[in-house]
Design a binder for this molecule. Structure first.
Ligand code: NAD
Ligand code: MG
Length: 330
């Protein structure tokens, strides 16, 4: 069983006298910086000069510095820039300012696990990864609650790396919900697998295949969109709050029976074999090197082409018209 920690297991005083520099002020960055500040920690936000986020962070009451200065001033440096820029930012603007005993933190293991960042051995290297988007990390904190987070230690120079991670996690509110201990390897590989095989890749292709099957059979695209795309949320909300059980309890017996007999035909042997292959490409680094190549020398050509192709699919155009009919959607 995974180890779980709560506020009572976290010693927030581990952060006394320490300055925490948060690099980046996006989804996670703004939430970590503001929650830690409200928890009483000394926080600096590190940004590029001229960043549109600079005045935003300042008007939220944060001290803002350029990335290099923030890294220099920080005893704990949390990297919250997009993962594809993480290595560039760390190697050119942060690494040179990290001193013996400093703690380097991440909210995702990719750059450490795939050796894109190789921190000096005199540092602690820790992950605190909320299992939710930044705006939820912030809004839950303001409500006196928190978002469950993962904790992992990659390098423990001080012998206190885990203590620092727990204190930081408590500072962003995670100790109110629960902190689960994992490793950089496990977090990175399961995160990539989940988003590719199930959450992003799996689900969108499943919806698209259902949509195309109905449209090719002569049904109206609007009907196909409602049935195979729009209603996904209704079902997932039920799964999210009460598991498969609650979802199956809420739908009709016809739907529940169809679920049992047809689901395993769609996700059969072939889909399961594909999942194993996807996992193996993640484990042996094949996916990571492809991704790094695409966002480096590849100039994002394949990435941009996929974006364009998906945006011009009939599913996208029909969906955008139908959503206009639903005033409650933003
Ligand atoms: P984001 O894209 O929302 O924000 C990134 C921030 O970095 C922005 O403020 C941007 O201006 C800044 N930035 C970009 N390039 C920079 C540079 N060269 N120098 C300095 N700042 C730069 O990213 P995010 O979603 O907050 O992700 C940050 C980290 O958190 C990633 O490691 C991600 O995997 C992890 N994470 C994200 C989520 C999520 O739901 N968004 C959840 C858990 C973990
Ligand atoms: Mg420093």
């Amino acid at each position: 069983m995974v180890k779980k920690f709560y506020d009572k297991d976290c010693d927030f005083s581990q952060l006394d006298g320490k300055t925490i520099s948060i690099i980046g002020y996006g989804s996670q960055g703004h939430a970590h910086a503001l929650n830690l500040k409200d928890s009483g920690a000394s926080v600096i936000t590190g940004l590029r000069k001229g960043s549109a986020n600079w005045p935003k962070a300042e008007s939220a009451g944060l001290r803002v510095m350029e990335v290099e200065d923030a890294a220099e001033a920080g005893d704990i440096v949390m990297m919250l820039v997009p993962d594809e820029y993480g290595a560039r930012v760390y190697n050119s603007q942060v690494a040179g300012h990290m001193k013996e005993g400093d703690v380097l933190m991440f909210a995702h293991g990719f750059n450490i696990h795939y050796n894109q960042i190789e921190p000096a051995s005199c540092l602690d290297v820790v992950m605190v990864a909320p299992k939710g988007p930044g705006h939820t990390v912030r809004s839950q904190y303001l409500e006196g609650k928190g978002v469950p987070s993962l904790l992992a230690v990659h390098q423990d120079r001080s012998g206190k790396a885990r203590e620092y991670g727990l204190a930081y996690a408590a500072g962003i509110g995670a100790g109110r919900a629960g902190i689960l201990e994992t490793t950089f390897k496990e977090e990175t590989e399961t995160d990539l697998f989940g988003e590719q095989a199930v959450l992003c890749g799996g689900v969108t292709e499943l919806m698209k295949a259902g949509f195309e099957t109905l449209v090719e059979a002569g049904y109206e695209p609007e009907m196909a969109y409602f049935e195979c795309v729009h209603e996904m949320k209704l079902i997932i909300d039920l799964v999210n709050s009460g598991g498969f059980e609650m979802m199956r309890h809420s739908v009709s017996n016809t739907a529940e029976y169809g679920d049992y007999v047809s689901g395993r035909k769609v996700i059969g042997k072939c889909a399961r074999e594909a999942m194993k292959q996807i996992l193996s490409d993640i484990q042996d680094g094949t996916f990571a090197s492809e991704f790094i190549q695409e966002f480096g020398a590849g100039g994002q050509a394949r990435f941009s082409a996929s974006r364009r192709k998906e945006a011009s699919h009939q599913l996208a155009t029909v969906g955008s018209e139908l959503r206009k009919m639903m005033s409650w959607l933003k």
